[in-house]
Design a protein around this ligand. Structure first.
Ligand code: DGY
Length: 323
């Protein structure tokens, strides 16, 4: 059976598979597999190991006549046509849980970097503009004791809340449903989206990408936020109206933004958001610590092996296939 890997993975992960399967792997580490090649290679594949940068759409799924399992090395699966996969009875595996702490780490890193103007400080030194200690040089916003508003209190949200607790922050959250663990163990207070936006010093967006969350934060929502507030997004770029974000940052309607995700990825250096000093931008590396990525890779491979053996995937998006 053939497994198609759309990205190069460490030999350590692939080696154990070689005896049992035919491996086809795109060997560029950081460039996506060209669409044409992807369509050609998937035609006779029994399994595909994919990631957030591939479009696993209807066209691709229709072309993949032998496909028995789709496995993404990610928790999010908005790049995969789940309905089409389900119609074809192809289980879709993903990697929830194992990346929550790493993503919470990076979310908090962005919060600290924007609040305390870390990258701006580095730029000042790089440009040789640091003349002397200044009483108000690069003054930012307090982190310790501030109010954080977490939109989306899933596993990553709870990880962020745990970190916030260590910083003695007042924790507000908004979610589709109440989260007793966040409330009882972390002291988080549930509130409406409007209340959260009005009160939080740090608004952290962690909602999954769905038709309901598309552009859920736009002009109206930025207008509710305080002038001193900071917006962090480590979920999906499509959850935000980027033009509205740009305007809010440019006009100092909000203080800063820390972004790991964008409406179109990769974002290019000439993008208006990247011309602003009050933006810290990262190339979608929320879960990118070595240990976490190895665990994600291993879990995504296990999902493939289960799928090829006709067994239930460890984490399956379209669980209804098993009913
Ligand atoms: C995910 O897991 O969905 C991330 O965005 C990619 O690491």
């Amino acid at each position: 059976m053939k497994i198609l890997f759309t990205r190069k993975l460490p030999e350590k992960l692939i080696e154990p598979l070689k005896e049992r399967y035919t491996i086809s792997m795109w060997t560029e580490e950081n460039d996506p597999m060209p669409r044409e090649l992807l369509l050609k290679e998937v035609a006779d594949a029994d399994a595909i190991f994919t990631n957030v940068a591939d479009q696993i759409d209807k066209e691709l799924i229709e072309q993949a006549k032998s496909l028995k399992v789709i496995s993404t090395m990610a928790v999010g699966y908005d790049n995969i046509d789940i309905d089409e996969a389900t119609k074809r009875r192809i289980p879709v595996g993903h990697t929830p849980g194992v990346l929550s702490e790493a993503t919470a780490d990076l979310t908090f890193a962005l919060l600290m970097a924007t609040g305390r103007r870390i990258t701006e400080g580095m730029d000042v030194i790089r440009r040789n503009e640091w003349k002397s200690w200044g009483p108000f040089l690069l003054t930012g916003q307090s982190v310790y004791g501030a109010t954080i508003g977490i939109i989306g209190m899933g596993r990553i949200g709870q990880g962020v809340a745990r970190r916030a607790k260590g910083f003695n922050m007042n924790i507000l959250y908004h979610n589709r449903s109440r989260n007793p663990v966040a409330e009882e163990e972390l002291g988080a207070t549930y509130c409406s989206l409007e209340e959260l936006l009005q009160q939080a010093d740090y608004v952290v967006l962690l909602a999954p990408s769905t038709p309901e969350t598309r552009r859920m934060i736009g002009r109206e929502q930025f207008a509710l936020m305080k002038k001193s507030s900071i917006f962090i997004n480590t979920s999906r770029g499509t959850n935000v109206d980027e033009q509205a974000l740009y305007e809010a940052l440019k006009s100092n309607e909000i203080f800063a933004a820390g972004l790991d995700v964008f409406e179109t990825e990769p974002i290019t250096a000439d993008h208006p958001l990247l011309q602003l000093d009050n933006v810290v931008a990262l190339p979608h590396i929320g879960s990118a610590d070595i240990e976490t990525r190895m665990v994600m890779g291993r879990l995504a491979i296990q999902n493939i092996e289960k799928g090829l053996a006709g067994e239930r995937l460890i984490h399956c998006v379209n669980e209804e296939l098993y009913k």
